[in-house]
Each structure stands twice: as C-alpha cells, then as structure tokens.
Design a protein around this ligand. Structure first.
Ligand code: NAP
Length: 248
C-alpha cells in the first residue's frame, strides 16, 4: 500500500529535495508552501511525472487553523498520513540580541517551534495505534545552530532549533507506545535560499573554510538522512539525531 508523507515547506530547498526523493521511493506527497506557489506546483508536477500522487497545499504552518485544514485536505485527497517532515523554517537579518524586537523573536519562535508542535499533533492523532492508526514516523529538521548558538547572527533562530531538539527527545518517548518514531536531522551550512533572509546570500561560500569538509552541503544530502530516519531501516531509532554538517 502506498504511504503518504506531509512535508512542511517543500516548495524549495531541503523540503523540495526531500519530496522528490520520497516520491522516488514510493510515497505520495503533500507539498506544503507559504508564498511560492509556482515552485510548489513545479514540485508537484515532477512527482506526478514519477507516477505518484501529489498535492500542493498553501498553509501557514504557524497558524492552527491552517494546519488543521492542511491535514484535512491530505485526508481527503491522499489518505491518512504515515510520515511527517517538520521542515518549514525561517531566520531573519543577522543582528545581536540587544537589537531584536519582540515581533521578530515571536515570528521566529512561532514559525520554527509552534508549527512543529501543531503538525506533530495532527499527525499523531492520525498515526496513533491507540486511535486506530497504523503508527508512523516524524522527522524534525533542526539545525547545528542548536548546539553552536549563532552568536552575533541569529540567537533567536538557534534557540528555536534548541527547542526542537528537546521536543524531539520528549515527543519520541511520549508516542513510542503508539507506534510512532520521532527523530531529527541537524543540517549545517546547506546551499539553499534561506541565507538570503539573513542579509548575506553568499553565506555558504563565506563559511565553507570553517567546515572540516571545506564545503557547504546540498539539500539532497540532508534529504537522504531524513529519508533514512523515516524508513524501516531506522526501525530501532527514536529520539535520535543525525548531524549533516560536513564535520562542523
Ligand atoms: P528555504 O529554502 O528557505 O525553504 C523554506 C521553506 O519553508 C519554503 O518552502 C517556504 O515556503 C517554507 N515556509 C516558510 N515559512 C513557512 C510557513 N509559515 N508556513 C509554511 N511554509 C513555510 O529553507 P531551507 O534551507 O530548505 O530550510 C529548511 C529547514 O532546514 C528549515 O527548518 C531550516 O531552519 C533548516 N536548516 C537549514 C539550513 C541551511 O543552511 N539551509 C541549515 C540548518 C537547518 P515558500 O517558499 O512557499 O514561502
């Protein structure tokens, strides 16, 4: 039977790479996006050309009503979710904490933390054996920033990813008896458009000398780790982390 995967923020970057690789191994995919409709439709088109079903859903995953609607649309069009990748995330202009506004901090925290909780909640309600579900797997996309701290850049972002690490550990223990595994990947410097939000679109080439492998990573390299954690090959892994950082 075909499995169904929801990937938040999969119009581009790590989410889009994960969607294409997941479709190639047989998943039907919900491609969630916020603003980049054309890119989301292109990902859906590529998946459909692979012979799989795909659905683009615009939803702000930091908004509870949007998340509830997203999962209802997946129920209707693709069926019950088997796998969730909590991936949508944002950062903001580099600045010290002493200059950060509450508006900025709250946007980072609700987009990067609240959304992961809301999507996990909707997925668990459907996957949980106690609710008649079949179990499932969740992967949270955290960041190496959770342990590095991103001083002078975006400590708010790094702290949001620290929260995701703690969520991963707690939630994994909470839902293990219901047949659900919860793991995380912690990417390092990956070549995607997210760096434009920091005000430095050359960030990957600037930072590569600080990476033991002397290069940035690709979205596909992160997607491979996500897919392994979702797969049956990771059947004894829960509450665990894969760092995809080139050794940083
Ligand atoms: P990206 O290329 O900027 O893609 C971000 C995706 O998230 C886009 O599809 C965007 O949708 C979506 N999104 C943003 N806010 C959203 C919201 N409120 N609701 C729904 N979707 C939303 O970023 P990326 O580099 O692939 O990052 C993916 C994840 O990896 C993030 O959690 C990020 O923190 C993490 N990460 C990235 C790196 C890196 O170096 N790239 C390193 C460590 C961790 P639209 O395009 O439609 O607006």
């Amino acid at each position: 039977m075909t499995k169904v995967m929801v990937i938040t923020g999969s119009s581009q970057g790590i989410g889009a790479a994960t969607a294409l690789k997941a479709a190639a191994v047989g998943y039907d995919i919900c491609v969630n996006y916020l603003s980049n409709e054309q890119a989301a439709f292109e990902v859906v088109d590529k998946i459909q050309k692979m012979g799989r079903s795909a659905l683009a859903v615009r939803a702000d995953v930091s908004d509870e009503n949007d998340v509830v609607r997203l999962f209802a649309e997946v129920d209707k069009s693709l069926g019950k979710v088997d796998a969730l990748v909590n991936n949508a995330g944002v950062l903001d202009q580099m600045m010290p904490v002493e200059k950060m506004s509450a508006t900025r901090i709250n946007r980072i925290l609700t987009t990067n933390i609240t959304s992961y909780f809301l999507c996990a909640r909707e997925a668990i309600r459907r996957m949980s054996i106690a609710n008649g579900g079949q179990g499932g797997a969740i992967v949270n996309v955290s960041s190496a920033a959770a342990r590095l701290g991103s001083a002078h850049e975006y400590v708010d972002y790094a702290a949001s990813k620290g929260a995701i690490d703690t969520m991963t550990i707690g939630l994994a223990k909470e839902v293990v008896a219901n047949g659900i595994r919860v793991n995380a990947v912690r990417p390092g410097v990956i070549d995607t458009n997210i760096h434009e939000q920091s005000g430095d679109s050359n960030r990957v080439s600037k930072l590569k000398s600080q990476v033991p492998m002397q290069r940035g990573g690709t979205a596909e390299e992160v997607a491979d780790a996500i897919l392994w954690l979702l797969s049956d090959q990771a059947s004894y892994s829960t509450g665990s982390f894969i760092d995809v950082t080139g050794g940083r």
